[in-house]
Write a protein of this length. Structure first.
Length: 509
């Protein structure tokens, strides 16, 4: 890790380093802290991107002290941080971490936290700049936020205060508004950073550069040239022991409301006036406002749900969703989602945008595939015309970040055969460096006060408003038997029919 080239350090975009500050992680004994947050902060430390005066306070309920928790984080770094560098640097980083035991629902631990922060300020010169990170279940958000306010930790007399809130931010429009009301009673909007780690991925950020910095593509990014778009977010994993959580969530809330719709907005948005937080997020909100609302019959005709059945994947026999621990035998929770969306504006009118996402699919892949309209083919023979396919531009988000363009070419020789060929760009081979983890970028941006890659309240609520008709219709239908798809396949047959009815088919990945 210490020797890699890091775009966060080497890129021209980074014009300043964060001010001296303290990060407080709530839920610090959880999986997110071990797998992502502490490894990302360590990477930033190794790269010299954290301020010299910096502390981490780990707030959790378990009975630990500084030494025990630091040893836990040492093991986490050894497991999740890859090339972890030398022991001196790791020890230096671990010395920045302090453990604070407390119950999220009680006010006194927050008062003690305030005293600890003041002690750091007076004894060690750490300023009042504070970043609170809620790495906890959503059910704890209200209590943590209200107790931060009660302890007067929502403001600092000698610096800034910010709070990062993990998804899901609500579970429908009503609860999103309620949670937002709770947060905004304690924090101002410019203090709130609603995180979606997909926006920290290098390829997602590159969508804006690809679209608006290349004169060859921007003129054809509209309904005159694009036939349709497919957005895929596929996972090979199942619910991984989180059956109870998934029963309350489903893949629509888990993936579509945030990850998929973020990709949707970045693909479809108009050019912002500047690459800053207000301009970019304004254009994303305009996209969601223009999306055609689902009526009841639209939900039945244009949306497909599914559940994975037992099957084999990569040589392993795996249980069905209903056989997973914590899942009800009569569950109607979806593990697969496919739908057709339309944007009613001048750029995208009548261009269908298909979204599909699912668990236990054949490959882990996230991409946006743009299908262009075919050129007139009268000059070619009937046989040659039958061999011509659509030109496809694919923006691969994960796992193999890059961009590919498929077009048709004549096969060498005396024949007139036509075959598709692909031009491929891959980040790793083209730039010779590993893109930073998404959490690295987002944590650094939050410390710098740059909210461009975070979600604003109106954007979050517009996404819920778009999906609310689906939830209401599914609630009316009750616990029906959802279409099944075998593990290791690309979803139920009904999803294929969604495109087949439009004389199209899903992209083969």
């Amino acid at each position: 890790m210490a020797d890699r080239k890091n775009p966060l350090r080497d890129g021209a975009r980074l014009k300043r380093t964060p001010q001296a500050s303290t990060v407080v992680i709530f839920g610090a004994t959880g999986d997110l802290t071990k797998r992502k947050l502490v490894p990302s902060l360590y990477s930033l430390h190794v790269e010299g991107l954290l301020p010299q005066d910096f502390k981490i306070i780990a707030f959790a309920r378990r009975d630990k002290n500084d030494e025990i928790f630091r040893n836990d984080m040492r093991e986490a770094l050894q497991q999740h941080a890859g090339d972890i560098g030398n022991s001196t640097r790791m020890n230096q980083f671990l010395s920045l971490i302090h453990y604070h035991r407390g119950d999220f629902n009680q006010t006194e631990p927050y008062v003690e936290l305030a005293r600890s922060l003041e002690k750091l300020k007076s004894e060690r010169g750490i300023t009042g700049n504070r970043l609170f990170y809620l790495a906890t279940p959503p059910s704890t958000y209200d209590a943590i936020i209200e107790n931060l306010g009660a302890a007067k930790l929502n403001k600092s007399t000698s610096g800034w205060t910010r709070i990062i809130i993990e998804k899901p931010f609500g579970r429908d429009l009503r609860t999103a508004i309620e949670l937002n009301n709770v947060v905004e009673r304690v924090f101002a909007e410019d203090q709130i950073y609603r995180i979606d780690h997909y926006l920290g991925k290098e390829t997602v950020q590159n969508i804006l550069v690809f679209r608006f910095a290349n004169g060859i593509f921007e003129p054809i990014w509209n309904r005159r040239y694009i036939d349709h778009v497919q957005i895929t977010v596929a996972e090979t994993l199942g619910v991984e022991g989180r059956g109870n959580f998934y029963e309350e969530t489903g893949i629509t809330r888990d993936i579509v409301q945030n990850h998929a719709l973020q990709l949707f907005c970045l693909f479809a948005m108009e050019p912002p006036a500047a690459i800053d937080s207000s301009a970019v997020r304004n254009e994303k909100v305009k996209v969601l406002q223009a999306v055609k609302q689902f009526r009841e019959r639209d939900v039945d005709d244009m949306v497909v749900r599914g559940q994975y059945a037992a099957g084999s994947l990569m040589g392993r026999r795996l249980p069905s969703y209903k056989e997973e621990e914590g899942v009800a035998p009569d569950s109607a929770t979806e593990t697969y989602f496919a739908a057709k969306f339309f944007i009613d504006n001048w750029r995208w009118a009548d261009v269908p945008i298909y979204i599909r996402t699912g668990k236990r699919l054949p490959k882990r892949v996230t991409e946006i595939a743009i299908y262009f309209k075919n050129a007139p083919l009268q000059m070619f023979s009937e046989k040659a015309r039958s061999q011509v396919g659509s030109n496809v531009l694919a923006l691969r988000i994960q796992p193999d970040e890059g961009i590919s363009l498929r077009f048709d070419s004549k096969v060498p020789g005396p024949s007139s055969f036509i075959r598709p060929v692909t031009m491929d760009f891959r980040y790793g081979t083209s730039f010779g460096q590993t893109p930073p983890d998404a959490y690295e970028r987002l944590l650094l941006d939050a410390l710098l006060g740059d909210s461009t890659l975070f979600t604003r309240s109106d954007e979050n609520q517009m996404a819920w408003r778009l999906l609310d008709p689906l939830f209401k219709r599914w609630e009316q239908l009750g616990k029906i038997e959802l279409p099944q798809y075998q593990i290791g396949t690309w979803g139920p047959a009904q999803a294929d029919g969604l495109l087949r009815n439009d004389q199209r088919e899903w992209r083969r990945l």
